[in-house]
Design a protein around this ligand. Structure first.
Ligand code: C5P
Length: 404
């Protein structure tokens, strides 16, 4: 698939044909963009009866193509150029008529012509009434397309717009976007395909009163880079983030929290079926015993705040009866190795990534260096961007996981 080794670069041509499910293709285009693809929508003339091209245009930011003989576009990106541009073609919804003409090799619409001209893989998401889907002519065409190497995604079974219930519904946009993601990863051999991972990132803020909190200087950059690296390797990634000002990594499900206790609750809510837990958040070890309802007023020369201990999220996850592979972080200003190894044992985790917090590395910097320890080994990851470092750490986790 061309350069789709990096999911974010892949160019998807989304073909929309005449069916009521065409309205769902708008959501699909949005999800594909969110997943990091460039999306070019091509509609059949009939599809325009169901959804306006402006809808797609607004979402994808590029003009929808539908005319086979369009002088304006032939001057810019002609239909053959468009076919060369595409790294993946997804037809959703694919009507019975579209499928039949595709099988017959017809080229009377732009979309059919493109399907004949492209070298890229083609996936088809059929959508039609259940009796139409069951019709031997449709089944024959579908099987024929499959034999030619096209991928058929769906249809799903369920309620249909016509009132029938049965197979024929287009797969939901979320399911289709996931299939494309899995396809991209399997064609590039993503090492976390089929794995579920949970990452915590950023600081936690522990409120003292409505305007003040105890927090720390974690930027969340390392945890976000790890979530992105995992997602790029095909992991189903949940990212639980403290208060940070960062874009959600592509393909990740993000849950925002403020306090350590909220982070603990969110982790425990999502921990089931998780294969790998990476605790990268700088969780506040203590919180004020009470959050005052009103702003604390200036008073005597001194004031005392009583702090109570927060739950240790990583340790709690590692103590679960059916626990995931657990990775912790240790940010230290001194005795890096000694403290990190002690934490590995004390928290009973599988791996720990230690980093020296210093002047130009650590919390707020874009670069970092890590010393990674696991029970039988260690590896030094030299100073580099957090995004490269995250990829190397994810590779180490994958090696250890696959040893078991
Ligand atoms: O004990 P310490 O806070 O230094 O350990 C750091 C590691 O433990 C990090 O991976 C951090 O995410 C995790 N941690 C946690 N819950 C806490 C404190 C730390 O998950 N309350």
């Amino acid at each position: 698939m061309g350069n789709s080794g990096n999911l974010r670069l892949s160019r998807v041509l989304l073909g929309v044909t005449a069916g009521i499910a065409a309205y769902k293709a708008a959501e699909l285009s949005r999800l594909l963009i969110k997943q990091g693809h460039q999306v070019q929508v091509v509609m059949t003339p009939g599809a325009k009866n169901f959804v306006h091209e402006l809808t797609f245009q607004s979402i994808t930011g590029s003009q929808v193509r539908h005319m086979l003989f369009d002088p304006a576009h032939e001057a810019a990106m002609g239909h053959i150029e468009l076919a060369r541009w595409a790294e993946f073609v997804l037809i959703a919804p694919a009507s019975a008529d579209f499928i039949a003409k595709l099988y017959a090799g017809m080229a009377d619409t732009l979309l059919h012509t493109l399907c004949l001209a492209v070298q890229a893989p083609i996936a088809i998401a059929p959508a039609m009434n259940r009796n139409m889907w069951a019709n031997p002519a449709v089944q024959h065409n579908i099987m024929g397309l499959q034999q030619r190497g096209m991928t058929i995604w769906g249809p799903a079974v369920g309620d249909q717009a016509c009132g029938d219930v049965g197979p024929g519904r287009m797969l939901e946009p979320l399911e289709l976007s996931q299939r494309l993601k899995d396809y991209c990863h399997s064609s590039t051999g993503g090492s976390f395909i089929g794995r579920k991972v949970l990452v915590t990132a950023g600081p936690t803020y522990e409120p003292l009163d409505p305007v003040r909190f105890i927090g720390n200087r974690s930027s969340g950059k390392m945890g976000f880079a790890i979530a992105q690296a995992l997602s790029d390797e095909g992991a189903d990634t949940v990212l639980i983030a403290g208060p940070v000002n960062l874009m959600t990594p592509q393909g990740c499900q993000r849950i925002n929290v403020q306090t350590a206790r909220q982070m603990y609750d969110a982790v425990m809510e999502h921990i089931q079926d998780i294969d790998v837990f990476i605790g990268c958040a700088a969780v506040a070890d203590y919180r004020p015993e009470m959050m005052l309802a009103n702003k604390i007023k200036k008073g005597d020369a001194e004031m005392q705040i009583t702090l109570v201990k927060n739950p240790d999220i990583l340790q709690s996850v590692a103590a679960l009866p059916k626990r995931p592979f657990c990775v912790g972080f240790a940010a230290e200003t001194e005795n890096l190795e000694e403290y990190a190894k002690a934490k590995l044992r004390a928290k009973n985790i599988d791996m720990i990534a230690a980093n020296q917090v210093g002047e130009d590395q650590g919390f707020e910097s874009d670069e970092n260096a890590l010393l990674v320890f696991w029970l039988e080994g260690e590896k030094q990851l030299s100073k580099q961007t957090k995004s490269t470092l995250a990829k190397q750490l994810v590779e180490l986790v994958s090696e250890q996981l696959n040893k078991d």
